[in-house]
Design a protein around this ligand. Sequence first.
Ligand SMILES: [Zn+2]
Length: 453
Amino acid sequence: MNKDIFLSNSLGNKKEKFIPMDQKKIGMYVCGPTVYDDPHIGNARPLVIFDLLFKVLKCKYGNKSVIYVRNITDIDDKIIQSSKEKNISISELTLNITEKFHDDCKYLNCEIPTHEPKATENIELMVVMIQELIKNKFAYENQKHVYFKVKNFKDYGKLSNKNLDDLIAGSRVELSDKKENPEDFVLWKPSNDDEPSWDSPWGKGRPGWHLECSVMSKKYLGNTFDIHGGGRDLIFPHHENEIAQSVCANKTEKFANYWVHNNFITMSKEKMAKSQGNILKISDFKKKYNGQVLRLALISTHYSQPLDWNEKLMDECQRTLDKWYNCYVPVNKKILIQDNDLNPLYDDLNTPGFIAVLHKLYDKAKEGNQEEKEIFTTACKFIGLLGQSKEEWYDFKKQNLKLSENDILKKIDDRNKARDKKDYELADKIRNELLDKGILIEDKDGKTTWKIK
Ligand SMILES: [Zn+2]
């Protein structure tokens, strides 16, 4: 497709045409999870959004031309704290949460990134980057700690539009008597005896969180690459610090050319966050909803807007997919999606616009022939929907029925008896009760059959 891709670039705050550095080797780095607690739907939004961007980039430039790197932070203060609270070892905790995270990715029908590096497997490279920063006079050691000297980097604050005075006045900086200046941030710190540690020229210790992403992106994508993504809450200080470290260690002009940030998920307009106590874990949805319902809900709002979460949204998405599955057909040949239909996705990942296209294609397919159904199914699959066969979709619903098959047959029997007695009020009540539980009954040729709604 010749059409250009446009993205909202947080660096400069405007929508820009995406021009890759090398069309055959497009690099995208997205900050992955810190594996200390069960993933929640706030974590799920970037997973789905950047999975979609991965698909759109591959569609335009070819499957082998896009390198998608998403890290796993498996060493961090939060992890140490959580392992103490849960009274399990750090390795047990991080392995367990990483496994849950991968299950959630599968549940949401997200593709596996090209590389998924773990922080603990790249500590040596982190030590090397700190040494470079010290050599380049952007970092200093004090009492086994190494700090980045923010004042020496003139572009600090460019991404988040902050200046140093605001930062200090906003007191979002961690105070320490070991720092030369309050805004300096840690690159390396010593570990207590009961905490994980690695050897370094500054003694046994561990890296700062921001450094991990600078090192892992460099390893797979080089000093400068195309797209860096993540949630909006990471812009400051995390992404600002990543830029400072990478540009100053690698002596380059730029770190990432396009910064793409997804907005928050809110609940009754309040930001969803662990600290607010209003989080919904992804695992909470698994029993009730097929992962595709959650995926559709997560892309129902444009990524740059806040997404307000409620049950109604999930019910709507469930109904939409129930309807769409009526037109699902297996597709065994290559079908190209029309350029016009893809337009919304190329235009800054306008997912609500593409969902409107899917509704239009569904209307055609509903009345149409096999080919129109294949076109509709292919377009849904492109954004990771209708990823299961019709049978799998209904099997999941069957498993989640609130009634057993015997209960259903008993209810139908009760209803028939009521009808025999001409008690239509009771008969209708039973019918509606079943409908509420997802069972639709039909009377035909004197027989009553049931199916899942
Ligand atoms: Zn990061």
